[in-house]
Write a protein that binds this ligand. Sequence first.
Ligand code: C2O
Ligand code: CU
Ligand code: CU
Length: 480
Amino acid sequence: RRKFNVGLLTTAFLSGLAPKVLYANSREDWDNLPIPPVQKNESTKKGYVKYTINVQKGFTEFFEGVRVPTLGYNGNILGPTLRAKKGDIVEIVVNNKLDEETTVHWHGIIVPGEMDGGPHQRILPGKQWTAKFIVDQQAATVWYHPHGIGTTASQVYWGLGGLFILDDEVSENLNIPNEYGIDDIPIIIQDKRFLNDGRLVYLTSMRDIMFGMLGNTVLVNGAIEPKKTVPRGIVRFRLLNASNARSYLLKFDKQIPIFLIATDGGFIEKPIEINKIFLSPGERIEILADFSSINEGDIVSLEDGNYKFLKFKIGKKGKNYEIPPRLANFNKITKDESFKTRDFVLSGLGHMVNINGKQFDINRIDEIVEIGTTEIWRVSANMGMHRMMINNNGRNYVIHNFHAHGVLFQVLSRNGKPPALHERGWKDTIALRDGDTVELIMKFKKKGIFMYHCHILEHEDNGMMGQFLVKEDKSKGDLV
Ligand code: C2O
Ligand code: CU
Ligand code: CU
């Protein structure tokens, strides 16, 4: 077993995390970690999954006695966990009950462009949109969130986002924890900024616009610093960084074995023992943590730096699991399968953010790709004249990241070297520090118009996004 060395260790620099004066709601209670409910399938047809999602306004009491307005899917904040299996036909009816337009994007689900829920699939206030697609990929923990032009960051910040769990034969047959909310625990990590009176605020400084919104409090599943009892044994965690801009370098505060089992796009080949978990916005990771060496009643915290934002109390012995020697088949894509290399340079901050010198224009297709082909996308972050500013602020960490829709990729290299172990699985989002270059290899399987962008949501909204068209075949002409 190898321990992996997180290349970005020094980069998860925390700032602005201040002690709070108020008490988070029900702070005395154990098991106040909200577990997003699994949405009920409205269809009884085999292999058919139907969900209805209402995008709505609500209120959340983050601190005792202080109710603040939030947004949610079928609730006050965040959304239900949607589930589907490989091969299923999925139909999702979305009702927009907000007074502003929205979209619902399936981040990490590989669907044709018109079902992707990006900026082209606008849902006006009071209107409905139905997405219909077939799950055509391996088991993975993915998510859904709004993706309107210039409104993604605020809508996610005020509460919109949810988990989507994809299963397949492999995930159903592996002997790993799979009791949702008991030993298979969703962990949606977000940071938000609260004033001393408990009010939630957004974009209060120039820095928020430059680097993206950083909060002063970390929430899990919509609750501040919650707690949960877990079985004394092996527990599976599905971690999603749904923060607007903050990256995390997570670890447990007690020495326990943790194993990486899945990255953004699903299982890796075999578990890898790790001691830190790095997540930039939009990224997911699945781990198995083994609490069996901890005494019943003891507390283990998940921490970022030394900020313990999620506490686990070790309960009774759980089911007997072992770390499986193998997880799934993993077919490495090799460099020689690539048909073309494209370069993407991410630069600027604030309103100057751009990719290859351009800002998002919904009427412009930036790249045209042929379906079925494999390409290498060489993505780099270059701060240029802004570099001084980052260094001056001591904030030389993940400055941008890169996410592509409609495709999963493998990382061939980071700065000419093999990627870190936690970046060797299927990915759809990748972190970049100033000066980093990553080579991503991907095969295009679905046609239509897709986005690529920085997943620091204020950067995305400020135009750090482009569009690529996946065409059926040259001879058949454009799809648009
Ligand atoms: Cu998670 Cu284009 O987004
Ligand atoms: Cu996406
Ligand atoms: Cu960015």
